[in-house]
Design a protein around this ligand. Structure first.
Ligand code: NAD
Length: 267
């Protein structure tokens, strides 16, 4: 009789799966790729940063994972055709798509240019739309799969930059539409909402700003990139078989309420 504990653990395995991760050259995308590969998935890394992307692919391959890199800008439909060809030619199928690539702006409504607004929307929102439009039929043909859209706590409340807020709210909504459309194809679609994470995206912040942000969190520290990687690997796996259309915060308690922060200050 098969060991039931082992069967349960096998649900988190990604053996035989193939994943595409965008924005995979550094930060959370790189850790998502590591977590997926560690569970047995082949991974196609996609990024505009070819040097870092190639270096990470080489490192993971050295450790025995089936990993390749394709340079692409997720906001360009033609680049998605290149990504599609690359994953099918190299690995023969695709089961998992992680729309992680993102950029952030730092200008408020009164100061942001239309070009800056458009760039953030094109990468963060249109990029994920194009990724799903291009690859969902291939996930269907592979027997189903999982799409994870990396939104933000900015998609649950707000960020000072309006394009970032709008793009991340848009991605949260787009996830629901995709979950409805692709559910009959056995494709699950979820959004994750990281809070303040320690990645190169936040390199601009001064030590004072970092400390102030951390002090707002019940856990009192920024998240680490690998923590988002583990959530993505879970959502990609059969252990998450009944989760679709969900929005999952990974934020150290950021969105759990200002009153809680206030209460902590009183102690
Ligand atoms: N760091 C945070 O605190 C935080 C919080 C919430 C959500 N997020 C989101 O998580 C995702 C990953 O963020 P991160 O902190 O790892 O960022 P990061 O800046 O460290 O890495 C982003 C990666 O995306 C790539 N990229 C940017 N534009 C691209 C494009 N057009 N096409 C392909 N690749 C592109 C970059 O080259 C880079 O490798 C983003 O969507 C971001 O908005 C980050």
């Amino acid at each position: 009789m098969p060991d039931p504990g082992r069967r349960i653990l096998e649900r988190t395995s990604l053996d035989g799966k193939v994943a595409v991760v965008t924005g995979a050259a550094r930060g959370m995308g790189a850790e998502q790729a590591r977590s997926l590969a560690a569970r047995g998935s082949a991974v196609l890394l996609v990024d505009v940063d070819a040097d870092r992307g190639r270096a990470l692919a080489a490192e993971l391959e050295e450790h025995g994972s089936a990993v390749a890199f394709t340079p692409a800008d997720v906001s360009d439909p033609a680049h998605w055709q290149t990504v599609r060809r690359a994953v099918l030619d190299r690995f023969g199928a695709v089961h998992v798509l992680v729309n992680n690539a993102g950029v952030v702006g730092h200008r408020r409504i009164g100061k942001i240019s239309r070009a800056d607004w458009q760039r953030v929307m094109d990468v963060n929102l249109k990029g994920a739309f194009l990724g799903m439009k291009t690859l969902a039929p291939d996930l269907r043909d592979a027997g189903g799969g999982s799409i994870v859209n990396v939104s933000s706590v900015a998609g649950l409340d707000q960020h000072p930059d309006p394009s970032y807020t709008a793009s991340k709210w848009g991605l949260r909504g787009l996830t629901k539409t995709a979950a409805q459309e692709f559910g009959p194809w056995r494709i699950r679609v979820n959004s994750i909402h990281p809070g303040y994470m320690d990645t190169p995206m936040n390199d601009f912040a001064s030590p004072e700003l970092r400390a102030a942000k951390a002090s707002l969190l019940p856990l009192g520290r920024p998240g680490e990139a690998w923590e988002a990687g583990e959530l993505v690997a879970f959502l990609a796996s059969d252990a998450a078989a009944f989760i679709t259309g969900a929005e999952i915060a990974i934020d150290g308690g950021w969105t759990s309420g200002a009153q809680a922060t206030e209460a902590r200050r009183m102690h």
